[in-house]
Structure formats: structure tokens, C-alpha cells
Design a protein around this ligand. Structure first.
Ligand code: TTP
Ligand code: MN
Ligand code: MN
Ligand code: MN
Length: 439
């Protein structure tokens, strides 16, 4: 902002989780160039380069001024020589030839397009391009390839248009409320939060990430199969995978010692595709944060809270959990699986006929309230913010951070949190608002 910023060097904190990173960068061209380089490295299986460019992009995103002079970013943490050259080219020439070459490379565009198909990753995308497949239509026409598609790819290809149209925040909130309405029939008083990119301030996203808890610990046990059963009966489920049975403290304590991949947790969850009415409107346009404040106060005071269905005691002795029937969970899984027995031809026919609904990616994660705020941080993201938090936690505090909690593995203890603020307090970090976690 200052007039003489050309002479001033910015100071950047070492870990991305220590910086405020808003959604809108002051240097969008540079960020986009570095992220293109990162993505291109990813497509070439070069993880080291991918990370290097991503880190540099993260640093630039956190700067609160427009870069006018290369000296402003020289010596900045995580901005390496290669990234500096790219930045210099953009400041001085308006663009970087290296980045332009990538953007003009048809291979890069094909990779991007194929990658954006649900169920498709870079290695599959590469194989297709090598087999002279270039468009989504090619994938449908080339019947010789069909035997190599798995069911997820078949869905991704059939419903490419639906699934690759961005979900608006309003629609995502409407999906959340639709799920909440169904939950009221099973277990009143559940709290749902729309996490993911929307919580970080994005106006649209590729899916709705919905965290689900109940203010009384234990009430959530066995909930997910019942919910999915009901959603399926209402004709709202197109496809999905449900994971259950990990959701007990014993599993968590046992697993916490394992070097888990950073994005893996053990909550009951459903990752799937819902059929959402095109005209679905969010009737009570309530956002998340009211429920969250309620939950924080509930946890802090250990008293009862007002829920939509009246006052509920938090005392564990009063907990009437749902029947955690493993047979029921198994039957529901079978039922959901039979839903998705449709052939590729049937899926293509279904997607191309005039329909009142749109296919939407939805993640539903069921969380015990005692782990809720760690899960909330994890599922709010973004991915790079999480990565940074976990590295920092490991290296600086010697503690293991997951979506389940913050663990001292040597002592076998963990630090509880009754709010997101407390998660950051436990981590000895300054609180970063969700909208500043867009690393
Ligand atoms: P995503 O839905 O993949 O990403 P997003 O919501 O940030 O972006 P988009 O708008 O494209 O949907 O993941 C949401 C967050 O959840 C992400 O920050 C990382 C976290 N996450 C997990 O903790 N575990 C998982 O298994 C996955 C897939 C994501
Ligand atoms: Mn993909
Ligand atoms: Mn998301
Ligand atoms: Mn998601």
C-alpha cells in the first residue's frame, strides 16, 4: 500500500498457517502463473516441484500489496529462484514464456479436462491422451475403452455436465437444509455445518462438504446409515460410498500413532452424488455460524442448550443413542450399492434425458461433538492450510494434529477443544479466520 513499497521487503512468516491468506490476492496473475506451474508439475508426477510452486504461490497470496518491483519479493521465505524468475517476467514483461507455453499446450488442457472428471486422476488421464482420446465425447464414442472404466468414471463421464457446473453457496446451503430436514425425522437437534471452500468465503465450489454432529456426545452413533437409508428412499441418492464403524475413540487412539496421510480421517462418512431438484431453494437461508456459536457455548458451559426441538440435556447418562446396528449399516450399504448397479449405457441415457434434478457431489461427515472443532478445521481447509498446520504441529510442538484432535503420542494424551479458537490456542497459533485460510 505504501508509496515506497518498491524499496521495502515484505516479511513472511515461515508457516502458511501463521499467515492470513484471503481469497482474493493482490497479485492474481502471479498466483495463477505459479499455480499453473504447480499443476503442470503435478501432471508430470513431480511432487517436489508441485510443492515448491504451490508454496511460492501461497506466499504471494498472503502479501497485502501489489508487487511492483522484484526486490519486494527477493529473499522471501519459500519463493525460490525459479519462482522469482517467473515473477520477474510477469512484472517486467507482463507474462512468463514458460507459463504461456504450458497454457498453450493442448496436452495440459486435456489433462485438466480429464482430471476434472469425477473418479479420474492424472495417470488415467495420461493413458487416454496416449490412446488419442481428447474429449469427453471421445470417451463415450470409443467403446473399445469402456471396459477399462470403473463405476465412478462411468458416473463422472455420464454426468460430466452436472458435476462440472459449480455449486453455488445458496444451492449448497439448500442441500444442507434438505439433509437437516431428513435428520429431524431420525434424530432431532443435529447440527450441520457447510464446511470446505464455502466456509472460506468462496461463492461456488465443486461439492458441498457437510459436517454433522449432535450436541450430546454419542447421539451420532449409528446415524449415518439411517440418514442414507432415508435419503435413498426419498430418491435423493445417485451414487456413493459409505464408511462406517471407525467412529469410536478406541480406533482413534489406536490409529493416531500411524503416519496417516494428511487428508485421511476415520469419521463415519459418505462421499457421493445426490440428485438435487433444480428448483430447490434454501427456504430458511440460515448460514452456519449461529449453530456453531450455540455449539461452542454448549461445550463451554457444559449445560443444556436450546435446540430446534426443545431443551436437551448434555449429560451422558441421559444419552439414548440410536441403535448402532451393524446389520442395518451392512444392509444400507448393500441397498446403496444396488442403486449404483446401473450400466454405463443406462447412466448415459439417464443423464441425457430431460430431468428435473441435477447431480451434485456431496460429502457428509459424522463427527462426535468432542472432536467437532478439530474436524471443522480439517474440513474447512484449505488443503495447503491443513498441510501447514500439521507440519507446524509436528515440527514445532512435537504434537500430531488430525481431524480427530491434537495428540501427544509419547504421553498418549490429547488436548480437547470447544471452539476453533481453542484449536488455535492449543496449537499456540494466532487465530486465523476461515476466510483467511485460502493458501
Ligand atoms: P474439498 O471439497 O476437496 O475442497 P474445497 O471444499 O476446499 O474446494 P471445492 O470448492 O473445490 O470443493 O475438501 C474440503 C476440505 O476437506 C479440504 O480442505 C480438505 C478436507 N478434506 C479432508 O479433511 N479429508 C478428505 O478426505 C478430503 C477429500 C478433504
Ligand atoms: Mn479427478
Ligand atoms: Mn468442497
Ligand atoms: Mn469435498
Amino acid at each position: 500500500e505504501s508509496q515506497d513499497s518498491g524499496k521495502k521487503e515484505a516479511i513472511v512468516k515461515e508457516y502458511a498457517c501463521m499467515r492470513k491468506t484471503p481469497l482474493k490476492s493482490k497479485n492474481p496473475d502471479i498466483v495463477s502463473a505459479l499455480e499453473t506451474l504447480s499443476e503442470n508439475a503435478f501432471f508430470h508426477d513431480d511432487e517436489a516441484r508441485r510443492l515448491a510452486f504451490q508454496k511460492a504461490a501461497g506466499v504471494i497470496k498472503s502479501l497485502n500489496f501489489k508487487i511492483k518491483n522484484i526486490n519486494q519479493v527477493k529473499g522471501l521465505h519459500d519463493v525460490g529462484k525459479h519462482s522469482l524468475e517467473v515473477i520477474k517476467d510477469i512484472i517486467e514483461e507482463g507474462s512468463s514464456i514458460e507459463v504461456e507455453n504450458i497454457i498453450n499446450d493442448p496436452w495440459f488442457h486435456q489433462m485438466k479436462a480429464f482430471q476434472s472428471i469425477y473418479g479420474v486422476g492424472p495417470s488415467k488421464a495420461k493413458k487416454w491422451i496416449a490412446q488419442n482420446v481428447f474429449t469427453i465425447d471421445d470417451l463415450i464414442e470409443r467403446t473399445d475403452l469402456h471396459s477399462s472404466f470403473d463405476h465412478r468414471m462411468e458416473l463422472g463421464i455420464s454426468f460430466y455436465k452436472d458435476l462440472n457446473t459449480q455449486v453455488t453457496k445458496q444451492h449448497a446451503l439448500a442441500i444442507k437444509n434438505l439433509i437437516q430436514q431428513h435428520l429431524e425425522e431420525i434424530l432431532p437437534g443435529c447440527i450441520l455445518v457447510l464446511a470446505g471452500g464455502f466456509r472460506r468465503g468462496k461463492a461456488s465450489g465443486h461439492d458441498a462438504d457437510i459436517l454433522l454432529t449432535h450436541p450430546i456426545e454419542g447421539k451420532e452413533i449409528g446415524l449415518l446409515p439411517k440418514l442414507l437409508n432415508l435419503l435413498s428412499d426419498s430418491g435423493l441418492v445417485l451414487h456413493g460410498t459409505m464408511e462406517t464403524g471407525h467412529n469410536n475413540p478406541q480406533t482413534i487412539m489406536k490409529d493416531k500413532g500411524k503416519p496417516l496421510a494428511s487428508n485421511v480421517d476415520h469419521f463415519d462418512k459418505w462421499i457421493g452424488i445426490m440428485k438435487i431438484d433444480k428448483n430447490l431453494k434454501d427456504l430458511d437461508s440460515s448460514d452456519n455460524e449461529n449453530d456453531l456459536i450455540q455449539l461452542e457455548q454448549n461445550s463451554l458451559t457444559e449445560t443444556s442448550i436450546e435446540t430446534k426441538k426443545g431443551r436437551l440435556s448434555k449429560k451422558r447418562s441421559f444419552v439414548q443413542t440410536l441403535d448402532n446396528n451393524e446389520d442395518f449399516a451392512r444392509d444400507t450399504k448393500k441397498k446403496l450399492a444396488s442403486n449404483s448397479k446401473m450400466s454405463f449405457e443406462q447412466l448415459l441415457a439417464l443423464s441425457s434425458k430431460d430431468k428435473q434434478w441435477v447431480a451434485r457431489r456431496v460429502d457428509i461427515i459424522v463427527v462426535p461433538v468432542s472432536q467437532f472443532f478439530y474436524a471443522l478445521v480439517g474440513w474447512t481447509g484449505n488443503k495447503w492450510f491443513n498441510r501447514s498446520l500439521r507440519l507446524y504441529s509436528q515440527r514445532v510442538l512435537g504434537l500430531k494434529l488430525t481431524s480427530h484432535g491434537l495428540f501427544d503420542l509419547n504421553r498418549g494424551t490429547s488436548l480437547p477443544a470447544n471452539s476453533e479458537h481453542q484449536v488455535f490456542d492449543n496449537l499456540k497459533l494466532e487465530y486465523i479466520e476461515p476466510t483467511d485460510r485460502n493458501c
